[in-house]
Design a protein around this ligand. Structure first.
Ligand code: DPN
Ligand code: ZN
Length: 321
């Protein structure tokens, strides 16, 4: 008897709720119901080739304070502007040179509910920085272009960042976060970091939500979900202060990210799981002149970039992180 009375009331309220929210939500629901696109790895590689050319034409690197860095900023900005993103180059001074961050906003979405993604665009002085971090930077460009092609109408506002002077101690990302007011910081609901995604002897590491401040379970799980779908096992990793998510973590912003490995060596168990060479560095050219376009594993680059797109589509369509 009680059931027969209560259930219709609950159902009626749910129906009323659905009717009330439907007009505003329908466009978003429709857009986000579309699956994330499969990002063309050839397109990502084309951006890497451009970074390599920039380094070749500018003394072999794309480092802070060197002309290859600014040329890299100009390249990314040109691509994003042409695709309808709103870009802004933010300057800072570090070690006596002008540094540049590129911030790109996709028009629309809830300005009080921002999903950010980023990676560092600078290389070390020693080389062109194609895996570290041309890969994350190029993946973010191509996902941004995919957002534009889809004319995505996310629930959240989307903002991407390409950071300067990471290799000198996260200087660009720290500078960006330091320029935000408390209110601006509180509007950023999550930050995803992509630093090295095409390591030649790759691992599949997802930033752990535990063991690092503000690690987000939702961000971790969403990234893991993609790799589960393609049957690629992942491990969690604690990146600590080694990349730009740390600047956001210090500000209390939930963080996550992906990493295919740097100077540390792949274990025998990891080689069984992921293939590749045991007892060999994930990236033997890490911070060296040989970090060129030849220093990239295409499968790793492809999978990681598709994972970026998956997370951006899924998280930007969700009302909360
Ligand atoms: N960004 C690189 C560095 O700090 O040298 C490499 C790195 C990226 C290390 C992500 C750990 C995690
Ligand atoms: Zn890096």
């Amino acid at each position: 008897m009680t059931r027969k009375v209560v259930l219709p009331v609950v159902a009626g309220l749910a129906l009323l709720g659905a009717v009330v929210i439907a007009p505003g939500a329908s466009a978003n629901q429709e857009a986000n119901a579309l699956a994330a696109p499969d990002i063309s790895v050839a397109a990502v590689q084309a951006h890497l080739n451009q970074f390599q050319t920039i380094a070749n034409n500018n003394g072999g690197n794309r480092a802070h304070g060197r002309p290859g860095y600014k040329a890299s900023i100009d390249y990314v900005k040109g691509k994003l502007d042409a695709a309808g993103w709103t870009t802004s180059v933010k300057t800072f001074t570090a070690q006596g040179a002008t540094g540049y961050n590129l911030i790109a906003d996709w028009p629309g979405g809830d300005a009080n509910n921002i999903l950010m993604a980023g990676g560092h665009l600078d290389s070390v002085n020693a080389g062109p920085g194609i895996n570290d971090n041309g890969t994350g930077s190029a993946g973010l460009i191509e996902v941004a272009l995919a957002v534009s092609r889809a004319q995505l109408k996310p629930t959240k506002h989307l903002r991407f960042g390409w950071w300067g002077a990471e290799e000198l101690g996260l200087l660009g990302s720290n500078n960006y976060v330091s320029t935000l007011s408390a209110a601006e910081k509180s509007r950023i609901k999550g930050y995803l970091n992509f630093d090295m995604t095409g390591s030649p002897n790759p691992g599949y590491f997802v930033y752990s939500s535990s063991g690092q401040p503000t690690g987000s379970t939702t961000l971790q799980k969403t990234l893991e979900e993609y790799f589960t779908q393609i049957n690629v096992p992942t491990e969690t990793t604690v990146v600590g202060g080694r990349s730009d998510h740390a600047a956001f973590a210090k500000a209390g912003i939930p963080t996550g990210g992906l990493f295919s490995g740097a100077e540390s060596t792949k274990t025998a168990a990891q080689a069984r799981k992921w293939g590749g060479q045991a007892n060999t560095a994930f990236d033997a050219c890490y911070h060296r002149s040989c970090d060129k376009t030849t220093n990239v594993n295409t499968t790793s680059l492809d999978r990681h970039t598709d994972a970026i797109a998956y997370a951006i589509w899924k998280l930007s369509g969700a009302p909360a992180i």
